[in-house]
Design a protein around this ligand. Structure first.
Ligand code: ZN
Length: 491
């Protein structure tokens, strides 16, 4: 499979040519959500970033297996291996079973991801369904001498690992600095060093999510699930591991250490991270009150929002920044994105109105080549979008009569916008709920074509009935010379 794609490999801190281990197959693992609450803006960026990677690799002809996990056990309130499980804490609060929490917020995550028109992963494994494999990996690390057991818990021995391997190679952190910077927290005394991390934790009596193991009744450490589930579904060595930049340390660093300690090698060829989101220049946090849920974003129901922003606007806004750059949300920037998206969509619809000329006054291939060049340069969507806007300028000039395009170039241009806008960027031409409204268009066309047929056959009873019934449910139909128009009546 030929491609000119370069992606930034965080492991080597440079752009590298994308060469999958076993083409045409590509394995991609992305850290998914811990499902203990509704999804916020921070969930959207990795989903959109790796949806783009997934879509583009498929477009290039690869057979991509995209695995994104659901963390439903082992992610503790305090990342230093102490405190309650986030899921169990929420379950107690809502007085339901932990797995009800998992189901509820997995459903809500899926709903939001669908609104954003991201494709579903090929496999979506749950950490709680892979406890045995996680215990097995912990045992292997223990047997290889890179972990130790204390009071029924098993910890990864970072200092010992560092004697043989390079702990910190992904994040660039140095063990000596970690040593002086890691605070000794209460209850951590059973660890040899504060930066050691849990592979297995003995469950305290109040800890309700628990499984038997040879060390204790307990639960696996958070970092283990991704090492286990990625290789279970993608093989010992696979192509891409992705996630948010906030997961680079300690989560991904620990994943690398676990794989090396268990198997002697890192399983991942390319590590990719999307950068984070700020709001009006500030980090999103519950304490600052600027934590915006996706549902709030789409409804406008948040004191910081001046209006609602549709899923497609939010998505377009994110794609207007390169995934490795930080992205600041503000009403001003979102409104600009909304206008930009409208302009782009109007231009794309205008393509259908163009009457081709004999000759073209500009070269469609230049727009096409530049678009691919942008994608091949580490998925540079802001540059791609800039080229798409340039194309729209040309389209508008054709409509204004200052440029011309021939039939062949026109169909090339239509195909290009279809590929770039809909297929690869995964945008839709609808600002509300994409999938259901897209279907509504189809249904309406079907119904109104039947009505046109009825009129042609002088069956006015049927044609009027269709129009009147639609009117009753709030859809107005206007007959035009060359067809029809319909719209949903605004209440
Ligand atoms: Zn992970």
């Amino acid at each position: 499979m030929k491609n000119n794609l370069y992606i930034y490999n965080a492991l080597n801190r440079k752009k590298e040519k994308f060469e999958p281990i076993n083409p045409p197959f590509v394995g991609m693992y992305v850290c998914g959500p811990t499902v203990y609450g509704d999804s916020h803006l921070g969930h959207a960026r990795p989903a959109i970033t790796f949806d783009l990677v997934f879509r583009y690799l498929k477009h290039l002809g690869y057979k991509v297996r995209y695995v994104r996990n659901i963390t439903d056990v082992g992610h503790l309130v305090n990342d230093a291996d102490e405190g309650e499980d986030k899921i169990a804490k929420k379950a107690k609060l809502e007085q339901v079973e932990p797995m009800e929490i998992v189901q509820k917020y997995t459903n809500s995550y899926h709903k939001n991801m669908e609104q954003l028109n991201t494709l579903r992963p090929s496999i979506e494994p749950h950490a709680s369904a892979h406890i045995i494999e996680q215990a097995e990996m912990a045992k292997k690390i223990l047997e290889n001498g890179f972990a130790y057991e204390v009071n029924g818990s098993v910890y990864f021995d970072v200092a010992k690992y560092s004697k043989k391997y390079n702990y910190g190679k992904l994040s660039g952190r140095i063990l000596d600095d970690l040593q002086s910077n890691t605070r000794e927290l209460e209850g951590q005394s059973e660890k040899k060093n504060p930066f050691d991390f849990a592979l297995w934790k003995k469950a305290m009596p109040e800890h309700i999510m628990r499984w038997p193991s040879e060390w204790s009744i307990g639960f696996p450490g958070w970092h283990l699930e991704c090492s286990v589930m990625s290789t279970k579904y993608l093989g010992d060595k696979f192509d891409i591991h992705g996630g948010g930049l906030d997961l680079q340390f300690p989560h991904h660093e620990c994943e690398i250490a676990q794989s090396k300690a268990a198997n002697g090698y890192d399983s991942v060829k390319y590590w990719m991270h999307n950068n984070l989101i700020t709001l009006d220049g500030q980090k999103m946090s519950k304490s600052l009150g600027n934590f915006i849920m996706l549902d709030e974003m789409f409804s406008g129901d948040h004191e910081l929002l001046e209006q609602a922003y549709s899923p497609q606007v939010v998505k377009f806004f994110m794609l207007q920044a390169h995934y490795r750059n930080p992205l600041d949300f503000s009403n001003k920037a979102l409104k600009a994105a909304q206008k930009g998206l409208e302009r782009l969509m109007n231009g794309i619809s205008a393509l259908d109105k163009i009457k081709p000329a004999k000759n073209s006054s500009f070269d469609v291939n230049i727009i096409k080549n530049k678009s691919y060049e942008a994608l091949n340069d580490d998925l540079n969507t802001p540059i791609l979008i800039a080229h798409l806007f340039d194309g729209i300028k040309k389209i508008n000039s054709v409509i204004a009569g200052t440029e011309t395009i021939n039939e062949n170039d026109l169909s090339e241009l239509k195909a290009l916008y279809n590929i770039m806008f809909f297929e690869i960027l995964g945008l839709t031409n609808d600002s509300e709920s994409s999938s259901s409204n897209g279907k509504l268009d189809d249904v309406m066309n079907l119904l109104l074509n039947l009505r046109t047929d009825a009129k042609k056959n002088k069956d006015f009873e049927t044609s009027d009935k269709i129009r009147d019934k639609l009117n009753e449910i709030g859809i107005t139909v206007k007959d035009k010379k060359d067809g029809f128009e319909w719209e949903i009546k605004q209440l």
